[in-house]
Design a protein around this ligand. Structure first.
Ligand code: HEC
Length: 146
């Protein structure tokens, strides 16, 4: 693959993702490497940090353990059809829609360092929940260096 071909391929792959073609999302999600590490039921530090950050910033609307609430959708379901780029874009930019006269507002966290600096970890945690790799509640954490 020469570099001109590479870029043509990259554009072909990136365009539908950028514009959120729904039929490409599940495939893209399935192709991602797992963002979390799990040994004997214990999670890596990043995933554990993601659990803590999620429960600081997101759970008031998205419910404990990513299961959703009357204020926001269940992110464990969202990540079955959404890849990391889609996830990150929505967190950074926010999202609004109106369903049956009810306005849904996902605030933008683009300038919130408590979220943006830990976005990889939050994603890893929610993804692990979405894959069913970890259960509800506080996950156990691997020791340093494990
Ligand atoms: C004030 C309530 C609120 C908070 C806090 C909040 N969200 Fe949301 N979020 C929403 C609502 C409401 C929607 C649905 C928006 C829509 O459909 O237009 C949403 C949608 C989303 C979506 C898209 C889900 C989908 O299925 O389309 C993602 C991803 C998301 N939020 C991630 C997060 C993360 C990560 C955090 C924490 C950093 C967070 N949200 C914090 C209310 C919130």
């Amino acid at each position: 693959v020469n570099s001109a071909m590479f870029w043509r391929l990259a554009v072909v792959v990136a365009l539908p993702l950028t514009f959120g073609a729904p039929w490409t999302a599940p495939k893209a999600a399935a192709q991602e490497a797992k963002p979390y590490r799990l040994v004997d039921g214990k999670v890596d530090f990043g995933t554990f940090n993601g659990f803590r950050r999620y429960h600081n910033a997101c759970h008031v609307c998205h419910g404990p353990d990513g299961l959703g609430s009357s204020f926001g959708p269940a992110l464990v379901d969202s990540l079955k059809r959404m890849n990391k780029d889609d996830f990150a874009a929505i967190v950074a930019q926010g999202k609004e829609s109106e369903i049956g006269g009810v306005k849904l507002v996902m605030p933008s966290f683009g300038t919130d360092e408590n979220v943006m600096l830990h976005l990889d970890d939050i994603y890893a945690y929610v993804k692990a929940r979405s894959d069913g790799a970890i259960g509800r509640g506080r996950p156990e954490r691997l020791e340093k260096g494990q």
